[in-house]
Design a protein around this ligand. Structure first.
Ligand code: MLT
Length: 328
């Protein structure tokens, strides 16, 4: 009899446990969700996050509120989410620089991107553009390269901190051009771009989504793109590879993550909202115009993002080490 009561109780506990996460996810989300962007407002990660979050809020029936936590190449914001409560109300929108590239650039990171985060879905991949201040005395990539080589002591390039996308783009460029120039770090390429427009430093390699409007307004010059094919948005700008640095190719994927331990049902719900958002005609038109390459259905799953992260670590950690950059 005693035994029977115990097994009845055990059965009740087991079925409650099986039911609880689903029930939790069914109501989820019941309040606004914070989405940490680990760079300053007004930059590429912020821009992409805001477009996606606005539409995702409609699908989830709750606001996704972007919180910018810039600094230290994005590591401060990523670390905040890596250590956050995994209740589904703190998420992270970031790019591969902060999760893969920076492993080669810091002696020690406060988080392990593969162990401390749950991938939710890919948000889009961005080409980069080499942009210079308007009055830099170089009209072509070849003239730029010659100018930088001849003026290494005074030339300055802007980037968003160690391990940022603009750091990766710049360090690969500088290493392939065999130049050493002064780095000017910012909390994001949003503020860096403002300073480039006002001529406070010489050049930067930044994601197209951020720089295209200023290129089109004639406030900065575009001298090369980071993909192996020219961009339809900049048909007259050569690829850096065709302009002389054979093999130069850098693109930046962005993705949505939660802290480790976030419930699978919640991940599925947020992923579904992200998928619907990426399939939305107005969102896709807007992002495609800004040269964002949107993921296919197969590329948009949490598992595909996990694989993407591993592939980027495998690709970029040795490549950055080979470029000779010493970890800080
Ligand atoms: C930003 O959003 O400011 C950029 O993605 C920074 C960078 O990584 O270059």
């Amino acid at each position: 009899m005693k035994l029977q009561r115990r097994s009845l109780l055990a059965g009740a506990t087991a079925s409650l446990a099986a039911f609880a996460p689903n029930a939790w996810a069914q109501g989820y989300p019941t309040k606004p969700i914070t989405v940490v962007v680990p760079f300053a407002a007004g930059g590429p990660t912020d821009a992409l996050a805001r477009v996606l979050c606005q539409k995702m809020s409609e699908h989830l029936g709750q606001q996704l509120v972007v919180e910018n936590i810039g600094g230290a190449g994005g590591t401060i914001g990523v670390n905040k989410v890596a250590k956050a409560n995994s209740d589904g109300y703190t998420l992270l929108f970031t790019h591969m620089g902060t999760l893969a590239v920076n492993i080669a650039l810091y002696k020690s990171l406060p988080y392990d991107s593969q162990k401390d985060l749950e991938p939710i879905g890919l948000g889009g991949t961005n080409p980069m553009v080499l942009v210079t201040k308007k009055d830099l005395p170089a009209k072509t990539f070849q003239e730029f390269q010659a100018y930088v080589k001849a003026n290494q002591k005074k030339v300055q390039y802007g980037m968003a901190g160690i391990g940022a996308a603009s750091h990766l783009g710049g360090l690969m460029l500088n290493s392939m051009m065999k130049v050493e120039v002064l780095e000017i770090p910012y909390k994001g390429t949003g503020p860096a771009l403002n300073d480039l427009v006002s001529g406070q430093f010489d050049y930067m390699v930044d994601q197209a989504v951020n720089v295209l409007p200023q290129i089109n307004s004639g406030n900065i010059k575009a001298l090369g793109v980071s993909t192996l094919k020219r961009l339809p948005q900049l048909p007259d700008v050569p690829t850096i590879d065709e302009a002389g640095l054979k093999g130069y190719e850098v693109t930046i994927w962005n993705g949505l993550f939660g802290p480790k331990g976030m419930a699978k049902e919640q991940i599925a719900k947020v992923n579904e909202a992200l998928g619907k958002t990426l399939a939305d005609a107005a969102v896709s038109k807007r992002l495609t115009e800004l040269a964002v390459d949107l993921p296919s259905k197969e590329e948009a799953t949490p598992e595909a993002l996990r694989k993407q992260l591993t592939a980027s670590i495998d690709k970029w950690v040795p490549a950055v080490k080979a470029a000779g950059v010493k970890p800080e």
